[in-house]
Design a protein. Sequence first.
Length: 307
Amino acid sequence: MSRIQANALLVLTAIIWGTTFVVQQVGTGALQAITFTGTRMLVGGFFILPLAIRQFDKVHAGDHRFLLGDWLGIAVTGVVLFTAAAMQQYGIFHTTVTNAGFLTALYVPLVPFLSFFVLRRKVHWSVWPASVCCVVGTYIMSGAQVLELRAGDLWVIGGSFFWACHVILVGTMAMRTRAPLVVACGQFFVCGICGIVIGMLVEQPSVADVRSAWFGILYAGLLSTGVGFTLQVVAQRFTHEADAAIILSAETVFAALAGFIFLAERLSILEVSGAALILSGIIAVQLLPMMRAKARRLVRRSSADEA
């Protein structure tokens, strides 16, 4: 898969995730955040389980033999995913879809920061201004003023740190195992089990609560989790984690559009300009590396012709 194809999958993932913000707010019935998160993840896990088993048999017998460290890495990825998703889901219950979508984008600058300064990985220079665009766009979307943050906003912001860690872990495990479907399925089951167990202890949901949320569980479980997160893992095997974070931040734009279409949430001209700034950062991080690579090829070709 080429880098462009991988990035196209990430854009599709962002569209799926952005529209799911609406469902997560209005389609969960009486089910609370932790149990909903666990249930949707288990649905996603069972959805791609047959494909994951098939890929595991192929990879384990050929390209990469799975060891204990691989399974531990997948388990850690699942725990981080659970933490991020549960904090985000709780925040969505106590804020607007638009706020939740754009505040989640704060993980974008955290990914290159952790990748470069903590993991010592190379990051293309265009990532930094693109991240700034996303952060400034987020600020503009919030109204470009000092905010009186709601409790839900703070939970979403806290979850953004774990989303950043998750993006890094997903890329690492997908490249290490060469089995993105196995990584996706494994993290879903770990996340789902954590959510169900903790949800039973803390939230004590009833059967009626689960029934009231059946639409949200199926939509988020099959589409957002089963399709969206799986596409993310597949794509991140072929693109840099910092680039992936910036592209995935487009989910905030699609979340705002979904809130506008389905929940009648309105955006001012200023807020629309914030969305445009985020999109410009996403475009820049794609085009600038390609332009530089093209310039290098032209220089090499010119040097070869002169020789």
